[in-house]
Each structure stands twice: as structure tokens, then as C-alpha cells.
Ligand binder design. Structure first.
Ligand SMILES: Nc1ncnc2c1ncn2[C@@H]1O[C@H](COP(=O)(O)OP(=O)(O)O)[C@@H](O)[C@H]1O
Ligand SMILES: [Mg+2]
Length: 296
């Protein structure tokens, strides 16, 4: 098992909570580190192999759904020679292997395309408060974590800072135009339905997920990461029970431990115990195994 918290290559494009992205001209190199966030904080420890799982799971889904919706994926970095055109080979670190991918650089559409198949998180909070989800009136008597009759498209703004705000279909049409807004909805729903139905018999409920899109050479393509535990809620089918919140397939040991540690949710978050780190690595391996049928 390998741990990577930071990368340091030339031409950084963007450093996110978890991934470091580098500019390759008309392409990007996206590197998934082992950083983990919980309760909106990046924790001081990483989770060994987490970045490998996230990168390879995204690659898996991009390849599987390419016929459904075109995407930005060009190649996984299985071998450093693929990066020789972009960097001095002398400086290329071996940690990039297995945890990074080359993608087409896109003009990003600043909307988070969220699809929900189950009522949870902020959607459950809104429903309890007002009986609506994304301002759409819902049937009475829904229970927490219940499967929705049909998946719902609940897009949000992509805020540069602060929290993303819900966006109604009408607002989205006004911002992006009717055609593009409809296309984003259709493509997002198609991806979610496919992935949900694929994962369910393999023991994972994909309760909801977030996608991003961009334009490359005039074509609409899926970008960013796809159907990973960082962009989606994964639940264990074997533990699923309507009427309360569900344990997160991957992060629950971390959340429970942080909660029971007495931490007041003010920075800095405390370091995780070695035992929790190991348990969490196992959860990521297990998610990868169930979904892909392969060992990492
Ligand atoms: N193919 C692409 N072209 C342009 N931008 C992209 C592409 N793929 C992902 N991005 C952008 O790169 C950024 C990656 O950030 P990310 O690592 O997810 O950090 P954060 O913690 O801010 O979400 C996002 O802003 C995403 O929209
Ligand atoms: Mg992101």
C-alpha cells in the first residue's frame, strides 16, 4: 500500500480537496491523492490506496459509459512514458502510476448535475422542512433514505466559495438555454440509471451522484470524476434500511470515529487512529472489488 498526500509537478492547474490537476495544454493530468475530507475538512492523515481506487473507478465508469455519453477520458497513466511528451522524464514520479489520468481540457459548464434515486442528505432536509425536493412538491409520507419512484435531477450552482445553491430547471434553462439544460438533464439521468442498475446486484446502492460537463470542440462531454465514493453516496445493500440515515460505504468509520473523538468540528481536525485508517482503506478496496469484480 502506498500513501500520497501531495504532488509537486510544474504547471499546476488546480489543487482541490483531494485531486491535483496539471495543465498539459489542450489536455489535463488529474492526479488523485490519498487525501480524505469529512465534515467539509481535509483530514491530516491520508487513506492509503484511496487515490488509486478513486482514479481507477472513474476510469472504469468513463470506459463503460462512453457509448451513453461522450467524456473527457483519454488514457490512464499505467506507464510514465505516456507523460514524456509533457514533462521532463527525469522528474516524473512513479506515484503517478495507477492514480492519474490524462483527459481533454474542456470549457466547463458551471453547474453541478446531481441525480438522486433515494431521498437523503440535503434533499431529505428540504423535504422534512417543506415537503419539496429542489422546490418540486413530493408525495406525503416519504421516509428517510427511501427509494424515489423515479430518479430526480436536482442541479446546483458550482460556487467558487461557500455552498452550492439549488438551481431549478427554469433557472438552468435561463442560464444555459433550453436545449443545453435539457441535454444535461437527459445525459445525467442516463448515467445515473445505468450505474445504479449496474451496482445494485453487486451489493452497492448508488443513492445519488454528482456529475460535471464541459464543451470540447463544440461537443458536450462528461468531465471531472465519475461515480466515485467522493462524488456519490454509496450504501451497502446488505445494511440498507429505510427510516434513518444510512452508513456511508466508505467514510462511515471515519465519521463515527471523528464524532466519538469529541472533536468540536472546528479546525484543525484531529489525526485518525491507525486502526481507523486501515479499516477505511479496506472499505475502498471492497467498493472497488464489488463494482469492478477486480482486485486493485
Ligand atoms: N476535463 C476538464 N476540463 C476542465 N476542467 C475540468 C475537467 N475535469 C475536471 N475539471 C475541473 O477541475 C476541478 C477539479 O477540482 P477537484 O479536484 O474536484 O476539487 P474540489 O475539491 O474543488 O472539488 C473542478 O473545478 C472541475 O470542474
Ligand atoms: Mg470536485
Amino acid at each position: 500500500m502506498k500513501l500520497l498526500l501531495e504532488t509537486n509537478l510544474p504547471n499546476l492547474y488546480y489543487r482541490g480537496k483531494v485531486r491535483d490537476t496539471y495543465d498539459l495544454g489542450d489536455r489535463l493530468l488529474i492526479v488523485a491523492t490519498d487525501r480524505i475530507s469529512a465534515f467539509d475538512f481535509v483530514l491530516p492523515n491520508g487513506i492509503p490506496d484511496k487515490g488509486m481506487v478513486l482514479n481507477q473507478l472513474s476510469a472504469f465508469w468513463f470506459e463503460r459509459t462512453a457509448e451513453l455519453v461522450p467524456n473527457h477520458f483519454i488514457a490512464a497513466v499505467d506507464d510514465l512514458s505516456i507523460l514524456h511528451p509533457y514533462f521532463d522524464p527525469q522528474i516524473l514520479p512513479s506515484y503517478l502510476i495507477g492514480r492519474s489520468m490524462i483527459v481533454k481540457k474542456a470549457e466547463r459548464i458551471d453547474v453541478e448535475c446531481v441525480v438522486r434515486g433515494y431521498i437523503s442528505g440535503s434533499a431529505w432536509a428540504e423535504y422534512k422542512e417543506s415537503g419539496t425536493v429542489s422546490s418540486i412538491p413530493m408525495p406525503k409520507g416519504l421516509k428517510e433514505s427511501e427509494k424515489l419512484a423515479e430518479p430526480m435531477f436536482t442541479p446546483t450552482t458550482k460556487a467558487e466559495s461557500g455552498h452550492d445553491q439549488p438551481l431549478s430547471m427554469e433557472e438552468m434553462k435561463r442560464i444555459l438555454g433550453e436545449r443545453l439544460a435539457e441535454e444535461l438533464r437527459e445525459k445525467s439521468m442516463a448515467i445515473y440509471r445505468y450505474a445504479h442498475d449496474y451496482a445494485l446486484p453487486r451489493g452497492i446502492i448508488i443513492a445519488d451522484t454528482k456529475m460535471e460537463f464541459g464543451i470540447v470542440d463544440g461537443e458536450l462531454v462528461l468531465i471531472d470524476e465519475l461515480l466515485t465514493p467522493d462524488s456519490s453516496r454509496f450504501w451497502d445493500m446488505g445494511q440498507y434500511e429505510v427510516g434513518h440515515s444510512q452508513p456511508s460505504f466508505d467514510k462511515q468509520p471515519v465519521r463515527d470515529w471523528l464524532t466519538s473523538s469529541g472533536w468540536n468540528k472546528e479546525p484543525p481536525p484531529p489525526p485518525l487512529s491507525p486502526d481507523i485508517i486501515e479499516q477505511t482503506t479496506k472499505r475502498y478496496h471492497e467498493a472497488y472489488r464489488r463494482l469492478t469484480g477486480r482486485e486493485l
